[in-house]
Ligand binder design. Sequence first.
Ligand SMILES: NC(=O)c1ccc[n+]([C@@H]2O[C@H](COP(=O)([O-])OP(=O)(O)OC[C@H]3O[C@@H](n4cnc5c(N)ncnc54)[C@H](O)[C@@H]3O)[C@@H](O)[C@H]2O)c1
Length: 256
Amino acid sequence: MSLLDGKVVVISGGAGLLGRRFSLAVAQAGGLAVVADRDLDAARAVVGTIQADGGQAEAAPSDITDGDALDGLIADLHERHGRIDAVVNSAYPRNANYGRKLEEVTYADFCANTGLHLGGYFLVAQRFALYFRDQGGGAIVNLASIYGTLAPRFDIYAGTSMTMPVEYAAIKSAVIQLTRYFAQYFKADGVRVNALSPGGILDCQPQAFLDRYDAHCGGKGMLEAEDVAGALLFLLSDDARYVTGQNLIVDDGFSL
Ligand SMILES: NC(=O)c1ccc[n+]([C@@H]2O[C@H](COP(=O)([O-])OP(=O)(O)OC[C@H]3O[C@@H](n4cnc5c(N)ncnc54)[C@H](O)[C@@H]3O)[C@@H](O)[C@H]2O)c1
């Protein structure tokens, strides 16, 4: 018996760097991966890869900032599958100005980016938690980050065009506390809510940055998406049936 046999798991942002690896991992663990993403073509491509690997998956259009669309997705899945077991909040919405240095971030951009990301994660968690309460249980995993708890290490970005956006610190720390709020609110209803905080994920970053980043780590340095998938499967599985309100950090020791 596999870890997620027969479970219906929605991966929001399922076509992204982490989301597509999470979707594959869910299917390889015996679950049905619902690859929900604003980019439907990319979601369909992920589904094709999973099906070629022998797994079960389906694509769904999704916008985490649209409550009616989320309700429609939940209703459609319930009608076709009779239940939904879990949702993973792994979308990464941002506006065109996201990623600027602190001096250049306007009030409008700060509000827009926190609204899209934190607001969207709230909406997904709210809509699914209410469904899970009616169903008698379910699991929510919110993607946070090491930068939700750790002060930024600005020195590792020196000489690159990259930074650790100020909105990101606000969003990810709030996602961790939102996780605790939801876990406490729904703990009598069988709804488990946890955060998963990966370190940085390899994605063609400059070598000088990687060298400085890796110096803070243990055996591997910056991780690949697949290095985080096992922790997600655990949080989604019945092995974690008594784990709720926690923030699981997977970063090869970077934040120590
Ligand atoms: N990549 C990293 O290094 C890293 C590290 C730690 C935490 N995280 C977190 O993991 C999560 C996923 O990150 P990623 O690197 O896979 O991001 P990504 O940009 O690669 O993918 C995000 C996905 O979200 C989708 N999306 C964007 N806006 C959406 C919306 N409004 N509704 C639905 N889908 C939408 C995009 O189409 C994309 O497929 C984020 O919460 C991110 O903060 C990432």
